[in-house]
Design a protein around this ligand. Structure first.
Ligand code: HEM
Length: 222
């Protein structure tokens, strides 16, 4: 079969993955992530990343709450994914419980969270941001959790790394397959699919900007 014919038989979820993969590699090749995965990031730097996650997931999960009954986005919303309580527990452990009320996002995080909140008016855009974070968390995120607990001495799945363990999703593979089937079944015409895809690329870029700002604030330990 020619590559042209192959392209015609791609499902939307396959196209999405394929077209966003270069930015996926860019995101996970950033200096900050390399340092984190190599055990060379300070504990303060890790805590700063968890802080940024809190602002991003507060935005995602507050928009999700309003999307529950939406015909298009509703099927993607499930409490099994909810991360804010785990992030708050991790931050209380990392920074102390009093720190939770005085956290501030980086400028790049503020932009990212604002962009997510704007999708409260656009179900397809919300799904794009939902996909970029949660499917990533259920993939490479699991490896990040293992390395982080080893680096900083947290019990696997315990306080400090609760974000990485999805207790209500013991088997990520079937969950991700069902998620991709939902992407393929969403009633989007080709123009809307293109807009959703573009928003996924935007979501990756916003993540890359957060990692870049984190790397400037927390240079890796040698
Ligand atoms: C340490 C860094 C990372 C590693 C090692 C990593 C690794 C992976 C791997 C191995 C997969 C494929 C899993 C599968 O076949 O089911 C994957 C999928 C994915 N990752 Fe990452 N990743 C990292 C960072 C990120 C970041 C920063 C994001 C976005 C913010 C992200 C978003 C995604 C998404 C959305 C998918 C699902 C793609 C799809 O199948 O449609 N990842 N990742």
């Amino acid at each position: 079969m020619s590559s042209h014919a192959d392209a015609e038989y791609r499902t939307f979820s396959q196209t999405l993955r394929e077209r966003s993969w270069p930015l996926h590699d860019e995101a996970n090749g950033t200096g900050f992530i390399s340092a984190l995965m190599g055990g060379r990031m300070s504990r303060d730097g890790y805590a700063a990343m968890v802080t940024q996650h809190l602002f991003v997931y507060e935005a995602l999960e507050s928009v999700a709450a309003g999307m529950r009954d939406d015909l298009i986005a509703g099927p993607f919303v499930t409490d099994d994914l909810t991360r804010v309580p785990a992030l708050r527990t991790d931050l209380a452990h990392l920074l102390g419980p009093d720190a939770l009320d005085s956290l501030e996002p980086l400028a790049s995080t503020r932009r990212y969270a604002e962009r997510i909140r704007e999708t409260a008016q656009w179900p397809g855009g919300f799904v794009a941001h939902h996909y970029t974070r949660y499917l990533g968390d259920l993939s490479g995120g699991l490896a990040v959790g293992t390395i982080v607990s080893r680096t900083y001495g947290f019990a696997p799945g315990g306080d400090g790394v609760r974000f990485y363990s999805f207790e209500r999703i013991p088997k990520p593979r079937p969950f991700k397959d069902a998620y991709r089937a939902r992407l393929d079944a969403a009633p989007w015409n080709p123009e809307e699919r293109e807009r959703v895809l573009d928003e996924v690329l935007t979501a990756y870029r916003l993540n890359i900007e957060v990692f870049a700002e984190l790397a400037r604030a927390y240079p890796a330990a040698r």
